[in-house]
Design a protein around this ligand. Structure first.
Ligand SMILES: [Zn+2]
Length: 106
């Protein structure tokens, strides 16, 4: 099942707005429960996407936080699936020849 991200604050406002439009004098208990349920829903951190970009000197860096890829003394620069500095998933499509994922020296 795919997830659909919605704006919880907007939903809360929509519930109150619908109540006001109804002309009812009191906010119904069931609607209060709806608003409470919105507040209790877990939040999802959006996944940040990036790619390994390459300086002209051959050094790779994260397209999101601009930190240089981790250097391993035995294997050289390591281009992981996720940026170890900002957590970006390195699966962003690019139109360059920059590798999407590459473990140098392995
Ligand atoms: Zn990064």
């Amino acid at each position: 099942m795919s997830q659909r991200l919605i704006d919880a604050e907007h939903l809360r406002v929509s519930i109150y707005k619908k109540f006001k439009e109804s002309g009812e004098p009191f906010f119904p208990k069931c609607r209060q429960e709806d608003v409470r349920l919105v507040d209790l829903e877990p939040t999802i951190d959006p996944v940040k996407h990036g790619h390994w970009a390459e300086y002209s000197n051959g050094v790779y860096y994260c397209s999101e936080c601009h930190e240089e890829a981790y250097w391993d003394t035995d294997y050289g620069q390591q281009l992981f699936e996720y940026c170890p500095y900002c957590g970006a998933k390195m699966d962003e499509a690019t139109d360059s020849t920059t590798p999407m994922l590459k473990h140098r020296g392995l």
